[in-house]
Design a protein around this ligand. Structure first.
Ligand SMILES: O=P(O)(O)OC[C@@]1(O)O[C@H](CO)[C@@H](O)[C@@H]1O
Length: 389
């Protein structure tokens, strides 16, 4: 079994590794996708060219000294500046890549492009797909079922919604789905015991992707509030665009509007959620730490207090999992409770597997996965619900 001291931090220099492929293939493709999606000016094109070149062949350079977050990144990245992008820890360099991409298109600098989300067209297109429409229509039947049965179905909808990750789809050739496989770990009974109906629970939901992941997340939130499994829900999103499709406050607004305008049960859920925002039962927060290149073990005190005050914190998605347990090559049978022992309150991970990090499997499951599929850790075809009380 791996201990933190001997579970190696994932770097990007290992030939053939998933982390290396993200840097070598996913990031350059994303730069071009963003470039094609906007009528950028010559300066923005030059900045994108420079980022692409540095990323492939150059070294990691610090932010411009005038950048609002220069000092923060200086302290987070001191040891990686001046080295190849491929020598940095995977978790750190991916966050820095997104920070630099936003910088290249002028997201942070005062001027006409300030605050224009370069990923917005992709996130919005998600909402208008026939698949998204079908998922909302299906709620008409689902929400008629007994509350516990509906709760389970909505929990799974939110879990598998995590496949709707646009970064992942850039490198998986667009495939977002296959039939849902049995979960590789399933603590959903523990999760439901932490949220019994009628108890005054506060749920903290740390969102991941916008669009087709956030819609089922919001429908789940509506169900928990409506059936009194939660008295209050705090939805934590990113303070700025990140990892392509991660949800920001604007994306929450887009999804709530989309739901509220829908027909049938989806529209009713949207109307209830709109009201829950107005009366404070549903709150949106966007802590800076959610875009930091750090594991949750290094969270600041104010966020630690928020998590400590929640009855349960649910972390959605693959990146949140990496940050929760640490972006390390754990032995898969390392108990989930070990690397999450520091977390200040009960915590659940809802995640489809899209990176090498995994803990909490039993030995038989690990053996079956190894026998069944070479890339089970990164293919996005497996999922888990893990809980540490
Ligand atoms: O957090 P999410 O949206 O579930 O997944 C993010 C992701 O696609 O991006 C990283 C590589 O770019 C991996 O951790 C993971 O595969």
């Amino acid at each position: 079994m791996s201990e933190p001291a001997d579970a190696p931090v994932i770097l990007c220099d290992e030939p053939g590794s998933f982390a290396r492929s993200v840097l070598a293939e996913r990031h350059p493709a994303l730069i071009e996708k963003v470039r094609d999606a906007f009528p950028y000016d010559p300066e923005q094109h030059r900045a994108l060219d420079a980022l692409r070149h540095d990323h492939a062949e150059g070294v990691v350079t610090p932010l411009d000294p005038g950048a609002h977050d220069h000092d923060r990144w200086q302290s987070w990245g001191r040891e990686y500046f001046g080295r190849s992008w491929f020598e940095a820890p995977f978790l750190w360099i991916e966050s820095y890549f997104y920070r630099r991409l936003l910088g290249a298109v002028g997201y942070f600098a005062p001027g006409p492009w300030q605050g224009i989300d370069p990923f917005r067209p992709f996130k919005q297109a998600e909402l208008d797909t026939p698949e998204a429409a079908r998922e909302l229509t299906a709620l008409d039947h689902l929400l008629d079922r007994p509350a516990d049965e509906a709760a389970d179905a909505l929990l799974h909808g939110s879990l598998w919604g995590n496949r709707a990750d646009l970064g992942f789809r850039i490198s998986s050739g667009g495939a977002a789905s296959s039939d849902a496989a049995p979960l590789v770990a399933d603590d959903s009974d523990v999760l439901w015991r932490l949220l019994p109906a009628g108890a005054p629970a506060t749920l903290c939901l740390v969102a991941d992707n916008a669009g087709r992941e956030l819609l089922p997340d919001l429908v789940l939130v509506d169900h928990l509030l409506r059936h009194r499994r939660a008295e209050r829900v705090v939805l934590q999103v990113k303070p700025y665009p990140y990892y392509v499709s991660d949800a920001t406050t604007s994306d929450v607004v887009d999804c709530l509007r989309h739901l509220a305008r829908a027909e049938g049960a989806a529209g009713e859920a949207g109307t209830r959620l709109w009201a829950a925002m107005a009366d404070g039962r549903l709150t949106v927060r966007a802590h800076d730490f959610f875009c930091a290149p750090l594991p949750y073990a290094e969270m600041p005190d104010d966020l630690r207090r928020e998590f400590a005050d929640a009855t349960l914190t649910v972390l959605k998605g693959d990146l949140n999992y990496r940050r929760l347990v640490g972006d390390r090559l754990w032995s898969p049978t390392t108990p989930f409770a070990d690397p999450t022992a520091y977390f200040p309150g009960p915590v659940a991970a809802l995640r489809t597997l899209k990176s090498d990090v995994i803990t909490g499997l039993d030995a038989d499951t690990e053996a079956a996965l190894d026998a069944e599929e070479r890339h089970w850790r990164t293919s996005g075809t497996h999922a888990l619900i893990q809980v540490r009380r």
